[in-house]
Ligand binder design. Structure first.
Ligand SMILES: Cc1cc2nc3c(=O)[nH]c(=O)nc-3n(C[C@H](O)[C@H](O)[C@H](O)COP(=O)(O)O)c2cc1C
Length: 183
């Protein structure tokens, strides 16, 4: 698949087969995430891969409960990843001046590298921003100043995965040339 094929094939997958994901494939996905660009090359991410069923079940129970119950679909994914930020002082200082959280941009880019590599390997993913972060941290024994910015579900898509929410704004609405234009 060329890059555009992969981009077009990617969907958020919310139903997974009960198949484990091969460690080699997980490593390929992590390698794609590792190679992402980042402000000052800070690489401010750590991926905690949870493919141990007992731990994954415990994590899912903690992270996707109460008001976060809508994310419970991800409990069925054979792999959950917690993306923990580890910001460096230089982009943090620059980001404070610019009022931009560079480490969040970096994590987004790196995570999407992982997602696109997973798509190429015919794996399904879903970004999960809606989860109980303090409880997830406790389940993963993460010390308190660290933050899980986002989670990812990973696994082989179930054939009945629904492909909704994929509409996009048209090009002319999301871009303009040579200066701001209201759309
Ligand atoms: C940062 C981020 C957080 C997201 N959090 C969730 C989430 O908590 N639960 C969920 O079901 N989908 C989540 N999504 C997936 C989006 O809903 C999805 O990407 C969007 O609806 C477009 O659909 P598509 O990914 O199938 O193209 C998230 C996506 C991103 C990028």
């Amino acid at each position: 698949m060329n890059i555009m094929d992969v981009i077009k094939a990617r969907r958020s997958i919310r139903k997974y087969q009960e198949l484990p994901v091969e460690r080699e494939k997980i490593m390929e996905c992590l390698e794609a995430a590792r190679l992402a660009p980042s402000a000052c090359n800070a690489q401010p991410w750590k991926y905690i891969v949870v493919d141990d069923k007992n731990l994954k079940d415990r994590l899912a129970k903690e992270a996707f409960s109460g008001i976060y119950i809508v994310s419970r679909f991800a409990a069925k994914a054979p792999v959950l990843l917690a993306v923990v930020s580890d910001p460096d002082w230089l982009p943090k200082a620059g980001g404070a001046i610019r009022k931009t959280d560079f480490h969040l941009i970096d994590i987004g880019i790196s995570g999407e590298h992982l997602v696109l590599k997973a798509t190429e390997l015919e794996l399904g993913t879903c970004w999960i921003g809606w989860f109980d972060e303090p409880k997830a941290k406790r389940a993963l024994k993460i010390a308190s100043p660290k933050k899980i910015e986002v989670m990812l579900a990973l696994g082989y898509p179930d054939e009945n995965s629904s492909f909704n929410h994929h509409e996009r704004k048209p090009l002319e609405q999301m871009s303009c040339f040579n200066g701001w234009e209201d759309s």
